[in-house]
Design a protein around this ligand. Sequence first.
Ligand code: DOR
Length: 390
Amino acid sequence: MKDRFNEGIRIEDARGTLREACSPLGADVDFNNYSILPGFTDVHVHLREPGFSYKGTIMAGTRAAAAGGFTHVLSMPNLDPVPDSLEHLRVQTEIIERDACISVHPLGSLTRGEKGLEVSEIEALAPYVAGFSDDGVGVMDDGLMKEAMERVKAAGSIVIAHCEDTRFPRESHEAEYRQLARDLDLAARTGCPFHMCHVSTAESIRLIREAKRAGLDVTVETAPHYLTLSNENLEDDGRFKMNPPIKTRRDRQVLLEALQDGTIDMIATDHAPHSAEEKAKGFAGSAYGIVGLETAFPVLYTKLVREGVLPLQRLVELLTTAPNQRFRIESRMPEETDPAPTFSVWDLEHPYRIRPEHFLSKGWSTPFEGWEVYGKCMMTVAGGKVVYKR
Ligand code: DOR
């Protein structure tokens, strides 16, 4: 056990309890050689069911999450049917109840069918969803976004915004930060809690910083690929194609600084599986989206913690307490006599290569293929059940 990595995480307290907690589970893990971390929460995951099970399923997606140490995920609403009403949401929750091996918290859509023409049934959905998003597309109509924010606020929920102004080229900085500026203005006027998805530009960071300074109820996530790659690393391969696209080296540097100074609140993967054919059409022709659940912690631990950008404790906060507080998710490290512990067990000492053919996810496309990383998930326990074991 390398305690320098675990400073502040009460591993010492937990170890004895865990050994006891795990023996009835049939889990014979040698806790002396591994590190124990809380189960992670990913607030940005595409599970693809209902509607797109050829790309991914709730069963495969939650197994991939467990293999990456995640015990809670928020599922994005770009599905068929889109969860814009209780009736449509129920189609998804029935599959979750049947097939999910970890906790899945669905999001409702902001607009009907994510078409940006009419606000969803916010009041009916609010008690059953973790928030509202039209992820995959920006809401272009200012009046409609204002109405959505007013109703989300009144319902006691939160807007989770994919900021993309389609009047600008998708790869431009403007596409992201111009719509963010509009949204922050609406959040100030309506008082609606606002969370920005997958920030990728320096300009957006400046706007978020100003909004936080002005006291707005605003948070933001970024993803591992924006923190570890720049557009200089792009290859003509679908593995590098996602929305928003990866920006410049300077943007990446600004994101890292924003992570260090707390402007960025959490890290989420934007796990977005597609079929092999959809990702085999080169950079220009492939679908937008890469998988991320099984590589997030190893990539972040290797590139940020081991290279001295962040302490491990801060990385763990970005993946646990920060998202859990924002989205009111209950998840805790095991305490004495806890009958239902939630945690993950990691080998942080032995490097290995990322091999997508070993993923449990249905989609395999990742820019991290072949990377040598540290951080191998040995076991994940959610609510006292072993949900992944190597
Ligand atoms: O890369 C992406 N994939 N970005 C999005 O906004 C949507 C997602 C998807 O659903 O495939």
